[in-house]
Design a protein around this ligand. Structure first.
Ligand code: RB5
Length: 147
């Protein structure tokens, strides 16, 4: 199941991405925000990131104005592999090489058609493993050294 969340800048784009998830026949959970009232993006990023690293959701999509605030906040949760993408190539490689588990988008950066293309590619691309898996393992080592 895919988790999705946004702040107040990105309600429209979240709706567009949800339409894509439905069209792809994917189950999803919309973790908010649900209105245009100002929403604090770190709270949504933490909630979604914790759900992804717990295994409750396979992957997550976070949307704010730039995608940057969401990515910084979600990246504070151990076990996340967060990418901010505004192009299709990065979205594909973030899965194939980095096994990204959270995709962040900037609703003020990308138009809805490009955003949907990025999400589509990101969801379909598979992690290639091999030498990339060895590098991914080093992420956990970095996290352990912070404790
Ligand atoms: C909200 O104004 C804006 O700061 C937020 O959506 C996001 O772009 C933060 O990185």
């Amino acid at each position: 199941m895919i988790a999705i969340a946004c702040d107040h800048t990105a309600l429209h784009l979240k709706g567009e991405i949800i339409s894509l998830l439905k069209a792809k026949g994917l189950e999803y959970e919309d973790m908010g925000t649900y209105s245009e009232e100002r929403a604090e993006y770190p709270e949504y990023a933490e909630k979604l990131a914790l759900s992804v690293v717990s295994g409750a959701h396979e992957k997550g999509i976070l949307i704010c104005g730039t995608g940057i605030g969401m990515s910084i906040a979600a990246g504070k949760v151990n076990g996340t592999r967060v990418c901010v993408c505004s192009d299709c190539y990065s979205a594909k490689l973030s899965r194939q090489h980095n096994d990204s588990n959270i995709l962040c988008l900037g609703a003020r950066v990308v138009g809805s058609e490009l955003a949907k293309m990025i999400v589509d590619i990101w969801l379909d691309a598979k992690f290639e493993g091999g030498r990339h898996a060895e590098r991914i393992a080093k992420f956990a080592e970095i996290e352990k050294r912070q404790k």
